[in-house]
Design a protein around this ligand. Structure first.
Ligand code: HEM
Length: 476
């Protein structure tokens, strides 16, 4: 009898080599790929086990280049996934959310609840507009002083931490050594979102715990249960607020104490659709998604930006001399070392792309990392250069941007699901960094504590954000 997989193989015209046994790959100099063999015509072959290897995690770009050049749609039978790696193909799929829908993503189900990430079309748009308006434009502009205030408060706290002997803030011989993740970037984006949502100050610690548990709950079966419990606690907490907020709305204030607008939770509690209030479950899912979407991603952007800039002293000196350049640094960081690798989509119909037949309902991974390093769009893509002329760094647009040779990076996606937090994360990273720059005298990467690569230089960001970033700076 013909098996399903052999039918799919026939459809896709693929060979049937067995890649199921584990394999180790040597660590290569950055930018060079392991030789996985060649076809008769000289085309480099891909062993899909490479995608799980430490080599790939630290040095993905030569492999993405092979995919882009030779297999722009690669059917990885080991992971039962079609990898799409060219910028133009990915943007086309993102814009077509009927042909390439986000249903069923599933990985967040349960932990984050029934979120809009898994919706398409009208239902998706309806959910998105519920809170999206509070993360952009005037509402966001009004939040900037509060963002600056939160950043200042966190940095002020380092003195206390050092005195109390924190292992993440160490003073010695006039130099302070600080781990920027633990002391700033991990929590800062959560604090900002917590405030914009309108969570009472006294619940912030709980909120941070729920966030961490839900995030680790997305990662695996052993942490899934903790993630689900955290979500349930969050939902119970939200339930206890809903009635009160409908009777007595709460507001966001500017630094002078004037009300700016109702906070997001109040808005969600007041929203009626066809005469019915949103359910607590719907409100909680919206909150969980905003928090889930905005924490780890913005953390990674801040850490990666500092890591890359401090390794490029001329560029760091330039941003220090001109605050306006932080915007360029933020966008170039997200192009060069985004904190999100890509997004899954499912094709609604049988299709053929680059000669590969893809049956309806297949899992297609849009590899944003690869789009951001597509040399068809970005010259010399492996180089971090905040002054590059081919990257669009203006106002983030749902349509992306393509004018006079400049394209937007793909870190926020494009089209209907373009990250609604793009603007606020931009402000967090840029405003937070300006304040860090003012407060940290002569900052540099701590050579001893920072992980090194096989050549003894600082480890590459690879496909994950910097795990931690140890900085030294002068106290006087
Ligand atoms: C540097 C930081 C960030 C990056 C790189 C990032 C990246 C992304 C990407 C790529 C998507 C598109 C998902 C898709 O196409 O399926 C997305 C969606 C989303 N992001 Fe972000 N994000 C960031 C910050 C934030 C922040 C700060 C928030 C909230 C305040 C947020 C909330 C969301 C939400 C709610 C969605 C779902 C949008 C939808 O499906 O319509 N993100 N994000």
């Amino acid at each position: 009898m013909t098996s399903v997989s052999s039918v799919i193989d026939d459809l896709a015209g693929l060979d049937t080599e067995d890649f199921s046994q584990p394999k180790e790959f040597p660590l290569m100099p950055l930018g060079q790929a392991v030789d996985m063999g060649h076809a008769d015509d000289g085309t480099p072959l891909i062993d899909p086990r490479i995608f799980n290897s430490p080599e790939f995690f630290r040095n993905p770009y030569p492999y993405y280049r092979i995919l882009r050049d030779h297999y722009p749609v690669y059917h990885d039978k080991l992971h039962n996934t079609y990898w799409v790696t060219r910028y133009d193909d990915i943007t086309e799929c993102y814009f077509d959310d009927e042909g390439f829908n986000t249903i069923p993503k599933g990985s967040s189900s349960g932990v984050l609840g029934n979120t809009q990430l898994e919706l398409s079309g009208i239902e998706h748009r309806r959910r998105r507009t519920l809170y999206g308006q509070h993360l952009v434009g005037e509402s966001l502009k009004n939040r900037i002083p509060a963002i600056q205030h939160l950043a200042t408060e966190m940095i002020d706290d380092w003195d206390r931490a050092a005195e109390e002997g924190s292992e993440y803030v160490i003073d010695k011989d006039g130099v302070r050594t600080v781990e920027l993740g633990m002391m700033f970037a991990n929590e800062f984006p959560i604090r900002v979102v917590c405030e914009v949502l309108g969570f009472p100050k006294e619940s912030q610690d709980d909120f941070y715990y729920w966030y961490n548990s839900m995030m680790s709950g997305l990662g695996g079966s052993d942490t899934h249960k903790v993630g689900l419990e955290a979500r349930q606690h969050l939902e119970d907490y939200v339930e206890s607020m809903v009635e009160a907020r409908r009777i007595e709305p709460t507001y966001l204030y500017d630094l002078e104490g004037n009300p700016v607008s109702k906070d997001i939770i109040t808005k969600l509690c007041e929203t009626k659709i066809d005469g019915d209030y949103l359910s607590t479950e719907e409100i909680t899912s919206n909150i969980a998604l905003v928090v889930g979407g905005g924490g780890e991603t913005t953390r990674g952007a801040i850490l990666n930006m500092w890591y890359l800039l401090l390794q490029a002293p001329d560029q760091f000196a330039a941003v220090c001399a001109d605050d306006g350049l932080w915007d360029l640094a933020f966008h170039e960081t997200l192009r060069h070392s985004s904190s999100i690798g890509g997004q899954p989509r499912h094709n609604s119909f049988d299709i053929e792309m680059h000669g590969v037949k893809i049956p309806a309902g297949s899992l297609m991974q849009m590899v944003d990392f690869s789009a951001n390093h597509d040399e068809r769009i970005f010259k010399d893509p492996e180089t971090f250069d905040i002054f590059r002329e081919d990257l669009y760094s203006g106002k983030i647009l749902r349509s992306g941007f393509r004018k006079e040779g400049r394209c937007s990076h793909m870190a926020f996606g494009v089209g209907p699901h373009l990250c609604p937090g793009a603007w606020i994360s931009h402000q967090e990273a840029v405003e937070g960094s300006k304040i860090l720059k003012q407060r940290l005298k002569n900052p540099r990467i701590n050579e001893e504590r920072t992980p090194k690569d096989i050549d003894g230089k600082f480890a590459p960001t690879g496909i994950i954000s910097v795990r931690g970033l140890w900085l030294d700076y002068d106290l006087t």
